[in-house]
Structure formats: C-alpha cells, structure tokens
Design a binder for this molecule. Structure first.
Ligand SMILES: Nc1nc2c(ncn2[C@@H]2O[C@H](COP(=O)(O)OP(=O)(O)OP(=O)(O)O)[C@@H](O)[C@H]2O)c(=O)[nH]1
Ligand SMILES: [Mg+2]
Length: 449
C-alpha cells in the first residue's frame, strides 16, 4: 500500500532531555539525505550528526533510518532523537515537514502498521492500552496482548472455523463420498469452537474492566455532594462544587486506581424534577450512566436526610437490579447532619462519609471489597467493547449454524453462517475492516503512535 509521508513528535510535549520525531513513508530516505546531508544511510545504524534546514544548523541529534518492510509501520521510517526543548523539537519537526512530510493524524503510524500487515488490530489496540494503563493490572493485560496473547486464541478460533468450512466445501463438491446424515460429528466440532469462543467471551468483562475501568457512577439529588465526593476520590479538584443545586449539568468521567483496581468514575447531574431544558438533558444522561454502570454510589445529603427525591431515585436504581450499589450518607461533619435510620427495604451497603473533609476511607474499603474479585486475570483477555461485540457476532453466527444442523438444513445453507462467523473474526483482528471503523479506532490514539 502506498501512502504519503507522515511525521509527528512522538514524545510528550514539554521540556526533557531528549524528544523523538518519527517519519514514515517513501520520502523518509530523501528527507534523511536532505536534512543530514548524508547519501545512502546504512539501514538500522544509529548516526550522530547535525540536522540542517538548507544551510542553517537546527540541532545536534542522533537518528536511525529503517527500510521497509522492517519497521514499525512496514514503510521506510526515520527516527530522530533531538534535544527535548519545546521550541527546538518544534523546529526539528517543522524542518522535516518542509522537507517533504505532512503532520500525522492521531494513531496514524499504528494505522499503517495494521494496513501493512505488521500487526493485527488487537495488538495495535494493546499498544494504546499499554500507553494509557493506569494500574498494574491494566498494564499486565495490555502487555500480554502485545505479545499476541489473545490474538493467538482468536487465530485458533479462526483456524478451527476455516477447517470446518473447508470440510463442508469438500462435502459439497463430492456429495457421493459422504453419508448425508452424519451431522452429529459436525455438531460436535462446532460445539468445540463455540465453547472456546464462550470461554473468551466470559472473561472479556474482566479484561474490559481492567483496561477501561469499572464504570462507577455517583448519583443523588442536587447538592448532596456528588462532585465533592468525586474530587475526594480523585484527590484533586476536578469537578466544580457549589452550594447552588444543579451545578453539574453534564456527566464528568475520570479514571482512578482504587488500591490497584481501575475505576472509571462518573459524576452526574443531580436528579430532580425540573423545567430547565439543559438540566433535564443532564438528568437523562445521569439515568443512562446508572443503566450502564457496574457500580452505583448513591449519595444522600445528610443535612436533609432521605426525602421524596431520594425515594424516587431509589426506585429507579432499584429497578435496575444492580449487584453493586452503595448508599453514601454525606456531610457527616456538618452541624446540621440528621441521624437517619436506613429503612429495612434498603438492603444496599450503607456508609456515612464527609466528602468535604476527605473522610471517605470506609467507603473506599467497601468499594474495594465489592470489586476485588474482578481484578484476578490469569489468561489473555479481550479489552474493549469493540472486540467483545465482534466476537459476540461470530458466536451468534456459530449458534445459528448449529441450530440449522439440528433442524436438518443442508450444508450450503449452513455455510452462510460459517462465513459470517469467519467474517466477524476477521473484523475483530482487523483483517476485514471498513475505513470508517479503522479511522474511528485510531483517532483515540496519541499523535506519533
Ligand atoms: N458540610 C459538608 N458540606 C458538603 C460536603 N460535601 C459537599 N458539601 C457542600 O455541599 C454543596 C454541594 O456540593 P456539590 O459537590 O456541588 O454537590 P452536587 O451533588 O455535585 O450538586 P449538583 O451538581 O448540583 O447536583 C457544596 O456547598 C459543598 O461544599 C460534606 O461532606 N460536608
Ligand atoms: Mg455536582
């Protein structure tokens, strides 16, 4: 595949000893020859030299030229290690752009690596997971997949499906050599593929939780102290807090490591009856956040006690039948704190806290106790919803094929579903993709990766 030549600063912006600028594409060699005044650079040799723009000396650097296909992207690549000041890095980058490259889009290097067959899509995603990992567990999972952990398992499923499809093709081509009613062997082969798929699907939720964070929403009526609690859990002033009810209008999301568990905390708009259009939209989002969260932290304003608005919200949360809900009675430091007996119909774990005074350690312990069994991951796992959905699609097609066998359909009908299953597995690995899908995946990557 031939693309234009791209360049990006691959190290974080800011001041440091060294910064890295990467270039990928067919112009990489010309650019190197031009800016380093060096003809025919030796491949994978680290040079020390001066970087010029025309006659002007820009920086003293080290650099390496990689020839396709033996590079990260599979294209010719140039890597320049310059001094790590903001301005000097920018100048080196601009010199490269003027010499025949364009600014890379987020994730465009990895995107090319996938398109050029240097890695499958799961591995590319695991690189991003590794860069964004905030807990040891997320790092462990990402690093296993970087070593093809889950890719090997998925490839096995694909091979089993292909073998199965090949056997059916032979049978369709030479029907006289086969008995027509030997579907039981096929069903048992299909069952083996289905059960392997199911075991990967079963562990996917833990993988997603480890890498993306366990969705945990903080809900309650306006002014109960949700944003103050978010800040206390984050140990930083992230959300705006004020005595005005209705301060938070939209959901705010942040990740924290709670004793090593990756949590995706969502602060929501306080839920109440309102005619304010924007606030109503926020409340709709709050309800959606509850539906989509694995853990709900239900905050009661300890200064008002449990009022009708809390009861209405209680009914909504209870209707969701969540496993992990914690009732948090906030503002226990306040002189106006009302002691409140939790009614017997509320069976959730309950704790009194003061978000304002950061007195939340009891709450953190309860949260950890509820989730700690979710961090045990000992085998390679899928790590995001896209991957899980693709495998679910494959699973559904396999079940359809099995059901067709049981109902006595002929092999040509069953082949349609087997092909669908193969296609879904290909999508999962990035072998069968749409441009839109790939672009949306890689747009979440950083520039220069
Ligand atoms: N005394 C006391 N006041 C608190 C505590 N937590 C929050 N507050 C106060 O309660 C008020 C509302 O706090 P917020 O955190 O903005 O409440 P909220 O639930 O996010 O409110 P909305 O965004 O409007 O739904 C602020 O004045 C906070 O300082 C607490 O533990 N003790
Ligand atoms: Mg708020």
């Amino acid at each position: 595949m031939i693309f234009d030549t791209i360049a990006a600063v691959s190290s974080p912006l800011g001041q440091g000893a060294v910064a890295v600028v990467r270039v990928s594409g067919s112009e990489s060699r010309n650019i190197a020859e031009k800016i380093f005044v060096k003809k025919n650079p030796t491949v994978k040799h680290m040079y020390y030299g001066m970087l010029y723009e025309g006659a002007a000396l820009i920086d003293e650097v080290t650099w390496v030229f990689h020839q396709n296909p033996f590079s990260f992207t599979g294209e010719d690549m140039l890597e320049v290690f310059c001094h790590g000041g903001r301005l000097i890095t920018q100048k080196v980058f601009e010199t490269i752009i003027k010499s025949g490259a364009r600014q890379a889009l987020p994730g465009e290097f990895s995107f090319r690596a996938v398109l050029n067959g240097k890695m499958d899509l799961i591995k590319a995603e695991s690189i991003n997971d590794m860069i964004t990992a905030k807990t040891d567990n997320a790092l462990k999972v990402a690093s296993a997949n970087l070593n093809n952990g889950i890719s090997i398992q998925i490839k096995e499923i694909k091979d089993m499906l292909m073998y199965f499809a090949a056997a059916i093709e032979v049978e369709l081509d030479y029907p006289e050599d086969f008995e027509q009613d030997d579907s039981s062997e096929k069903i048992s082969n299909l069952n083996r593929i289905i059960s392997k798929t199911e075991s990967i699907l079963k562990s996917a939720q833990n993988g997603i939780a480890a890498v993306q964070g366990i969705k945990t929403c903080i809900v309650g009526k306006p002014n109960s102290g949700k944003s103050t609690l978010l800040n206390a859990l984050l140990k930083t002033e992230r959300a705006i807090v004020s005595p005005l009810a209705g301060t938070t209008r939209d959901t705010i999301e942040e990740n924290i490591s709670l004793f090593g568990i990756n949590l995706r905390l969502i602060d929501t708009a306080g839920i109440r009856q309102t005619d304010d259009e924007i606030e109503s939209l926020g409340i709709e989002r709050s309800k959606k956040a509850i539906e989509q969260s694995e853990m709900v932290i239900f905050v009661i304003d300890g200064e008002t006690g449990f009022v009708q608005e809390d009861k209405d919200l209680y009914d909504f949360v209870a209707s969701q039948e969540k496993d992990n809900v914690i009732l948090v009675i906030n503002k226990k430091d306040s002189a106006s704190f009302v002691k409140w007996e939790v009614p017997s119909y509320i069976t959730w774990k309950t704790v009194e806290v003061s978000a304002l005074k950061n007195d939340i350690s009891e709450l953190e312990k309860i949260m950890y106790g509820m989730l700690c069994d979710k961090v045990e991951i000992n085998e390679p796992v899928l790590t995001n919803q896209r991957q899980k959905q693709a495998l679910l699609n494959a699973h559904e097609a396999m079940l359809a094929a099995k059901s067709s066998y049981m109902q006595g359909y002929t092999s040509d009908v069953i082949m349609i579903d087997i092909k669908k299953a193969v296609q879904a597995v290909n999508e999962l690995m990035g072998a069968d993709y749409t441009q839109d899908l790939l672009e949306s995946i890689f747009s979440n990557f950083c520039v220069g990766k």
